[in-house]
Design a protein around this ligand. Structure first.
Ligand code: PEP
Length: 263
């Protein structure tokens, strides 16, 4: 059965106390649907208190990053091993990690592997810059980031991976790609995953869209064939927007479940 994923990335916003207050608000507003997985990604600091505060039926927790070694002399880093029991998902290769902190494909690949090794689901973020788009390099960029990020994963691990297509130029800008452009990228991702892990994996891989999603446009993106959910930045910090988007996902999931039953 189709499942929708709505993931909120709080980035470097809200201290521990503010995070707790905000989750109290979300708990009142975010609806629970059988076929929607709602994930919030607060700062590392808030993971522990929020893991005790949230209803895990209503929301899951994700980390915004991790280091790829499990332990050792890596001052300031947090490993996927340390996140076990606190988070179920880890964002890997978010555009800000790639472009602000200079993470390369090798770092990102190792982080995907670290998440899987520790029983967590990596959300591999990929997407082209505006220059790559203007140069007609979208397919090449997506293929490269995908192949590199998923290299050396076993085919029995691919089910745990989510891929988030986030064009860099759409993040936090109010600009979004057309439905046709997203459909094309979905096709590129599914074809490449099928090539690497088999036809079934290509069909089943969960693909999210991210970049300037809000309550007004969420239904359009969620309605795109092959899109299984959304990764949301700014609007995940506004309770009614985020809750409204979860509601749209839930209604769509219900319609899809009915259609599947009638097939
Ligand atoms: C993001 O940071 O992943 C993101 C999609 O941000 P926004 O929704 O604000 O564009």
């Amino acid at each position: 059965m189709a499942k929708k994923f709505i993931i909120g990335n709080w980035k470097m916003n809200l201290n521990v106390h503010e995070s707790s207050l905000f989750v109290t608000k979300l708990a009142q507003e975010v609806p629970t649907f059988r076929d929607v997985t709602t994930v919030i990604c607060p700062s590392f600091l808030a993971l522990q208190p929020l893991s005790m505060q949230i209803s895990h039926r209503q929301m899951k927790l994700g980390a915004q990053d991790c280091y790829w070694r499990d332990s050792g002399a890596f001052t300031g880093e947090i490993s996927a091993t340390q996140l076990r029991g606190l988070a179920q998902y880890i964002l890997v290769g978010h555009s800000e990690r790639r472009h602000v902190f200079g993470e390369d494909d090798r770092d990102i690949r190792f982080k995907v592997q670290a998440a899987l090794r520790n029983g967590l689901s990596p959300v591999l973020c990929i997407g082209e810059t505006s220059v790559e788009r203007d140069n007609g390099d979208i397919e090449h960029t997506i293929d490269d980031q995908l192949v590199s990020g998923l290299l050396n994963i076993d085919s029995d691990q691919i089910d745990e991976v989510l891929v988030a297509y986030e064009p860099v130029w759409a993040i936090g800008t109010g600009e979004t790609p057309s439905v046709k452009d997203i459909e094309q990228v979905v096709k590129i991702i599914r074809t490449q995953v099928a090539h690497m892990f088999g036809r079934d994996a290509g069909k089943k891989i969960r693909i999210l869209y991210g970049g300037s999603v809000n309550l007004d446009n969420a239904g359009v993106f969620l309605g795109i064939k092959g899109i299984d959910g959304l990764l949301i930045g700014g609007m995940s910090l506004i309770a009614p927007e985020f809750a409204g988007i979860v509601k749209i996902a839930g209604e769509l999931a219900k319609i899809e479940a009915k259609e599947e039953k009638n097939d």
